[in-house]
Design a protein around this ligand. Structure first.
Ligand code: SF4
Length: 301
């Protein structure tokens, strides 16, 4: 394959993958929603779950996005330093958004600040957003995609607590944010919490936490325990699916943590809604791909 053919193939796959993730929720989210529905006995909550599954069925049958807000496309890349298309990658991902916007179609959501003009393509200055991690001495590339909705994931919060506030302060911060706007973010939510050094690192980690499966756990046993306790505490708030009340308010709570300054305790908070449209696709150097989030995905181009 020539370089140009590789660029075209990767672009085609990404167009197809973004469109697929707009229509089909990830396997773990569908499975978790089924579990929450099976455990529910509140009639109003059950009718909301029924509507969610009907929504998923129709989206799949008609090939239409699962929500009218198809989001702002965010990418997180873990790219090998020897991946053959490393220099072209950002342009491939940008082109894929433009084509997926026309093909799927996705709602044009991107407005240039100050100009206040919708670009019509879901691209613009800093759009799509791309965060990079270079993997030394590796020739593959992992791409996390996220169609971040304006009511759920994009309005996150972050702050730096005094260290004396401790982990109790982290819990208070998370529960206060959920009480403020959790019911408006289309629950049950996947809650991402970043605990780190500063506002920027905590916010970034809270977003990365949303890329983990709802069935995953933080490898640190104390952090994993905090994930369980927060999940129980948020569910006890009784927000329920679409804020109508019910047993479960969250799909899960994922914490990502990093070392911090002795004088700071940074906390970031991000949420994903029930249509948590994240994807994960992995390319090898020959642009063969696998995905562990969407078992039904095949690129037919
Ligand atoms: S919160 Fe999610 S489901 Fe609700 S409108 Fe926004 S993108 Fe759609």
């Amino acid at each position: 394959m020539t370089k140009q053919e590789r660029i075209q193939r990767m672009t085609d796959i990404m167009v197809s993958f973004i469109g697929y993730t707009a229509v089909h929720l990830p396997d773990d989210i569908i499975s978790k929603l089924g579990e929450l529905k099976a455990a529910e006995d509140d009639p109003a909550a059950l009718s909301i779950y029924d509507m969610m599954f009907e929504n998923m069925r129709l989206a799949s049958e008609l090939g239409r996005p699962s929500c009218q807000d198809t989001g702002f496309v965010q990418y997180r890349i873990e790219c090998g330093s020897r991946f053959p298309l490393i220099n072209e990658l950002e342009e491939i991902l940008r082109s894929a958004v433009i084509k997926a916007t026309a093909d799927t179609p996705l709602r044009p959501n991107v407005v240039e600040t100050f100009d206040e003009v919708n670009t019509g393509s879901n691209t613009g200055t800093g759009a799509p957003s791309v965060s990079w991690k270079i993997i030394p001495d590796h020739d593959g590339c992992e791409i996390y995609t996220y169609l971040a909705g304006g009511g759920c994931s994009l309005p996150g919060h972050a702050t730096v607590l005094m260290p004396g506030e401790g982990y109790e302060g982290v819990v208070r911060f998370v529960l206060d944010r959920l009480a403020e706007y959790g019911q408006n973010a289309c629950p049950p939510l996947l809650v991402g919490v970043g605990i780190a050094n500063s506002v920027d690192t905590a916010a970034q980690l809270s977003k990365e936490a949303l890329f983990r499966s709802v069935y995953s756990q933080n490898p640190n046993p104390k952090a994993a325990e905090m994930e369980r306790l927060l999940e129980d505490g948020i569910n006890a708030m009784g927000i329920g699916p679409q804020g109508m009340g019910g047993k479960a308010s969250v799909l899960g709570v994922n914490i990502q943590n990093a070392a911090r300054h002795t004088a700071t305790l940074g906390v970031g908070f991000s949420t994903g809604c029930w249509t948590h449209r994240r994807g994960h696709i992995v390319f090898d150097r020959d642009i063969n791909y696998v995905t562990d989030t969407h078992s039904g995905f095949t690129c037919n181009k």
